[in-house]
Design a protein around this ligand. Sequence first.
Ligand SMILES: CC(=O)SCCNC(=O)CCNC(=O)[C@H](O)C(C)(C)COP(=O)(O)OP(=O)(O)OC[C@H]1O[C@@H](n2cnc3c(N)ncnc32)[C@H](O)[C@@H]1OP(=O)(O)O
Ligand SMILES: O=C([O-])CC(=O)C(=O)O
Ligand SMILES: [Mg+2]
Length: 295
Amino acid sequence: MSRIRKSMLFIPGNNPSMIQNAGVFGADSVILDLEDAVSMDEKDSARNLVYNGLMALDFGASEKVVRINPLDTHMGIKDLSFISKAKPDAILVPKADEKSIKLCCSMLDNIEKEMNYNHGQIKIIALIETAYGVEKSSDIIQISDRVEGILLGGEDLTADLGVHRTLQGDEIFYGRTRLVMAAKAFNKQVIDTPFTDVNDNAGLRSDSQLAVKLGFTGKALINPRQIDIVHEVFSPTEEEIKWATDVLKEWEVAKAKGLGVFSFNGKMVDAPILSRAKNTLKKAGLELETGGDLI
Ligand SMILES: CC(=O)SCCNC(=O)CCNC(=O)[C@H](O)C(C)(C)COP(=O)(O)OP(=O)(O)OC[C@H]1O[C@@H](n2cnc3c(N)ncnc32)[C@H](O)[C@@H]1OP(=O)(O)O
Ligand SMILES: O=C([O-])CC(=O)C(=O)O
Ligand SMILES: [Mg+2]
C-alpha cells in the first residue's frame, strides 16, 4: 500500500537553510526541487546540495522526494543518475509523458541493481502539467507499479493552454477532474497543484476544500505555513467520523435482519453509502469495527 501523501512540501534545492529544516515541518513528503525553483546557473550546486542533504540529514517522518529536471534534457538525466544514489524515497518527474516515465523506470531498475537496493524501492510520482500529459494520464499511470501517483502542475498546464491562472481555477477544472478519474480508475494517488499565494489562508482553505470535493488525496504546498490547513481539510471531521461509525453500526443491525438497504436518520443507506463510510474511517486512519463484505 502506498504511504499517505496529504501534504507534499516543495523546498528549493538551492536553499541550504530550508533543506536543513525539512524534517521539522511535519509534511507527509518534502519535495527537494532541482527544476523550476532553481536558476540555470545553480543547477549543479543544487544537485550536490540535495545529494548531500539526503545523505546527511534527518528528514523525520517525512518522505524524501526529489523533483528532477525533465528527462529529455542532459540535466534531468544527470539529476536522476546522481540523486538516486542517495536513496530518495521517490522521484517527481516533471512534464511527464509515457517516454519520460518509461525512461525513469529503466534507469531506476539499473541503479537499484548497481546499488543493491530492493527492486522497485524508489517510487515515482508523475507531474502532469501539459495538455498532452492530461490527455494521456491514464496511460502514464499504468506504466509501472513504481508510479504511485500523479500530481497536477497547474502553473505549467495553464502556460501550455495559453490562458491565465485564476483564483477560481476554472481553466484547470477539466485537468483536475480528468486526473482524478485516471488515478481512481487505476487505484493511484492524485495530488492537487499548490496554492501559490502564501498569505491567503482563506483562499488556500477553499482551494483545498475543492480538491477534497473532487477526489484528490493530497495537495502540493510551497510554504510550511500551509501545512496545518491542508492536513485539516484533507482529514475527515469529527462529525463525518461519527456519521461513518454510526452508519456501519446500524448496518450490522440491518444485516442481522437480512436487509440490503435500510434507513438511517431518514436517509437511505445501501452499498455505495457503506463504501463511503468505510472510506471515511480509512482516511481518518481508524480501524473498522465491522468486518466483512458490504451487503
Ligand atoms: C510552480 C512550481 O513549480 S511550485 C514549486 C517550486 N517553488 C518552490 O519551491 C517555492 C518554495 N517556497 C518559497 O520559496 C517561499 O515560501 C516563497 C518564496 C513562496 C515565500 O517566501 P517567504 O515570503 O520568505 O516565506 P515566509 O516568510 O513564510 O518564510 C518563513 C520561514 O519559512 C521558511 N520557508 C519558506 N518557504 C519554505 C519552504 N518551501 N520550505 C522550507 N522552508 C520554507 C523561510 O526560509 C523562513 O524561514 P526563517 O524564518 O528561518 O527565515
Ligand atoms: O508541481 C507543481 O505542483 C507545481 C508545478 O510545477 C506547476 O504548477 O507547474
Ligand atoms: Mg511546473
